[in-house]
Structure formats: C-alpha cells, structure tokens
Design a protein around this ligand. Sequence first.
Ligand code: AMP
Length: 396
Amino acid sequence: MKTIKDVNLTEKRVFVRVDFNVPLDEHGQISDTTRITAALPTINYLIQRKAKIILASHLGRPDGVKQIKYSLAPVAKTLSELLKQPVLFLPDCIGEKTVNAIHRLENGEVALLENIRFYKEETNNDENFSKELAKLADAYVNDAFGTAHRAHASTVGITKFLSPCVAGLLVERELEFLGQKTADPKRPFTVILGGAKVSDKISVIDALLDKADNMIIGGAMAYTFLLAQDHGIGNSLAEPDKIHTALTAIQKAKEKNVQFILPIDSIVTNHIDFDSRTMGIMQVADLDIPEGMKGIDIGPKSIELFSQTIQNSKTILMNGPMGIFEIEESAKGTFAIAEAIAKNQNAISIIGGGDSIKAINKSGHSQDVTFMSTGGGASLEFLEGRPLPGINVLDK
Ligand code: AMP
C-alpha cells in the first residue's frame, strides 16, 4: 500500500479523509481532541509539501440531514489552534461555491468541509456524490482509520475518480501496529480483551488465538466463559446462548498452547443505579459469585494474576474494559491493568477501543504505551483478519 511518502503531492489539491468524529459534551464542546491530534502528522506533512489541503470527515450520525449540532465548525476552530494557522471552514462539502472556495486556496492552506454525512449519499457510497467530491481535488489520501471498514463515498467511491490514492501517516501507523507488530510479535504476546459481549469479540478472540501466547479475558465477557466452565455467576451479565462458542475458544486455546486466563475473583454488588452511578452492597467474591450478586469488576487476585502475565510479556494488546469502568467503584480493575501495561517498558503495548483509551488517558499513563489505536470497530475488524474496504482501494 502506498502512502503520502511514496507520491509527489507538492502544490497539489489533496482531498484528505480524516476521522474528526470527536465526542461532544452537553454544551456542544469538544470533550476529547485525540482524533484531531492523531491527524496532525499527515496534515503537517502536506503543509510542509505546500499542498492545498481539503479535509473531509463525518461527525455523529446525522443520517443525511443537515443538523447544526453535528456541524464540524467547532472542529475547524480547534484544528486551527493546534496547527497554529487558519483553517477555512466551508459550510458545504460539494457544489459550485465549495469548488470555487477550494480553487482559491493557496499552497499550504487548509480547508475543512462541513460534515459529509449531511448527505445520505455519503453512506450509500453514491457514485455521483463521489464524483462531486472528487471535483475538489487532484489526489486522495485516506487517514481515517476509524472508518476504513466502511465502503462510503469518501472512503471508497471517490477513489475511482482520483489518482493517486494513498494512505496517510495515521493509517500507516495503525496498520503497522495492528498488522505487522501482532502478525509477527515479539513473544510472549499477551492479548487482553474485555467489555460487554462475547458475541462482539468472538471473531477477534478466534483470530488472535492463532497468534497470542496468553489470552486474558476480563469484563462481563469473562462471565460467559466462567458459566461455560460451570461456575456460579449470580446475576452477572452473560450470554448463556454463547456457551458453546466459549467452550470452542477454550478448546482452541488448548490446542494452540495459548494460556487462557480468566478472572479468579470479582468485585460484586447486589444493586447498581446507573443514573446516580451508585452501588448497593459491594464485596469481593472468589471464582463463584453468590446468587443475587452481579460481577462488576475483576477482583484484587485477578489484578495480581493478570499483571504478572503482563509484566512478563514483550507484546501486549488490550481492547475493552475489565469492568463497568464508567462508575468509579468498578473502574479499579481497568485502571490497574492499564497501569500494569504502561509499567512494562520492555514491551510493545497497543491499546485499542474507546473505553480502553479513555482508561489509559485517565490513568495518566498515555505517554508510556507504545500505540493507541483510534480505530474502534475498524481495529477489531482488522484484527479479525477481515479486509478493510477503505484500505483495499488505495494504490499498491
Ligand atoms: P464493549 O463495547 O463490548 O467494549 O463493552 C464496553 C462496556 O462493557 C462498558 O460500557 C462497560 O461498562 C461494560 N462492562 C464491562 N464489564 C462489565 C460487567 N462486569 N458487567 C456489565 N457491564 C460491563
């Protein structure tokens, strides 16, 4: 796959698909700029090459309807502050006015188009809309790893009408860490998966059992595995219909000589109130959770057990929280594991998924991990070994 380093983009008008789908707070303010910061290396590289840069992104799910709350205007302001140069915000992403404004761009100038999902043609990968987008530029760059698993007009359709079509530096780094570094990992290679559902992650578990030395499972997912091994799980969140899937994964781990590590204790409660973020009675339960209690986090012995494996690893991949980390009382496990990963400075550590990244950021250890993937769903699909449409269409 070619990247912006392999082609000459000097003084060209370059359409760059970025992922500025940032979280907004209740006042419409950007609450986390990670995704904007992640695109800066590519934008700065193109500025230095004196390209005319046209940035396009979606924000939220406006479903083809122009809605002010999903406007990218606040992103243009933040981006301008981060780049320390003006960013021209255009209130549309196609049409004569947009084309004219783009044609007035000088070398090294940056424009940001309004939310491309204000057109339903974007997610429909509409050919005419793709053509309209292509009219803005001479070349195409995809640096939106987070949407690379979607075949949309700005990720796939547009590439039919522009040449060259290459990857940006963020996409290059994502593929390097999620691809090369895990395909031929320094060993031991430990995978830590958490979150709510086995059904969401079973394909990733299956694919990574071919590569990992240790597979650690935390979060609610673990309870389906524990249930499959006939442990009591009380009222914990689990998927009883996925017991067979869980047993197949455990069997595969045995065959592949992968250590399959489940929690050996849990923090449990008899009641959670998500609105007030409070819990009822809380206690530590060993492997079997009493009736009426719900597992909400991994317990201290599990933290110890998981941390020991993490300490001895040379490559670590984490995706998903170890408990209900949105509530302070059940966030300890996730933070402890994030800290254990950050402390292992001898390992390549790769963190994926919005929740895990939030946990690393909150723990203050973001500087100590090797790579944080911005991908979300795209990271999981890539780790599953599925081809990403937005990557496949780029020049080889
Ligand atoms: P996922 O989207 O699959 O990565 O799952 C993330 C969600 O899993 C978070 O919202 C967590 O609160 C939730 N989660 C993690 N552990 C548990 C648990 N023990 N019980 C209920 N939900 C959990």
